[in-house]
Design a protein around this ligand. Structure first.
Ligand SMILES: [Zn+2]
Ligand SMILES: [Zn+2]
Length: 182
């Protein structure tokens, strides 16, 4: 996909965020401040001060808003939902070249809360994806018992499972067994 480092990174972050939601078929992996802290560390979200239960509540709301964008039935709906999210978010474009990355844009305000940070940077990354006509790369796993989301980065947009090692492997084994029974 023709996107820069931070767009790709923000897309991976929003995928991980959405997949903590019980809406994707598993447990809720964002129920306490320890979960939130672990997420911030795993995704290296910068400029975040002490997290509170207020942050947790806000991030959980943003998570569900992003989930609705990923699972929108068509592109116009995804655009409408993303525009609502962007309209509710303070966005402050800023050029930066931190950590050895080439000059690129950040979108969160300098005093942004964690939820605002995620909404701004992940929201703009998704907006770029939609602008490039790549809406159909926003996918939900095809395994019957898994609703995890992912961004299909394959050249021919052929990826159907959230993770080839888990769901992909599971489904291939099931298909193999079904063929042997036939
Ligand atoms: Zn950056
Ligand atoms: Zn899956």
């Amino acid at each position: 996909m023709p996107f820069g480092h931070d767009t790709v990174y923000s897309l991976a972050t929003v995928v991980e965020l959405v997949n903590t939601s019980p809406s994707t078929g598993g447990d809720d992996d964002l129920t306490g401040l320890a979960d939130l802290q672990a997420f911030v560390q795993a995704r290296q979200v910068s400029g975040i001060s002490t997290l509170t239960t207020r942050d947790l509540g806000q991030v959980r709301l943003v998570r569900e808003a992003f989930h609705r964008v990923f699972t929108a039935p068509d592109q116009p709906t995804a655009v409408r939902l993303l525009n609502v999210l962007l309209a509710e978010t303070r966005i402050t474009p800023r050029l930066t070249e931190h950590d050895g990355h080439p000059l690129h844009m950040h979108y969160f305000a300098l005093d942004a809360t964690l939820a605002e940070h995620l909404a701004a940077d992940c929201g703009v990354a998704l907006a770029h994806l939609l602008v490039e006509g790549e809406w159909e790369r926003l996918r939900t796993c095809a395994a019957p018992d898994c609703e995890r989301v992912f961004v299909d980065e394959s050249r021919n947009r052929s990826r159907v499972y959230c993770d080839s090692r888990t769901c992909g492997n599971r489904m291939h084994v099931a298909a193999y067994r079904a063929r042997r029974r036939a």
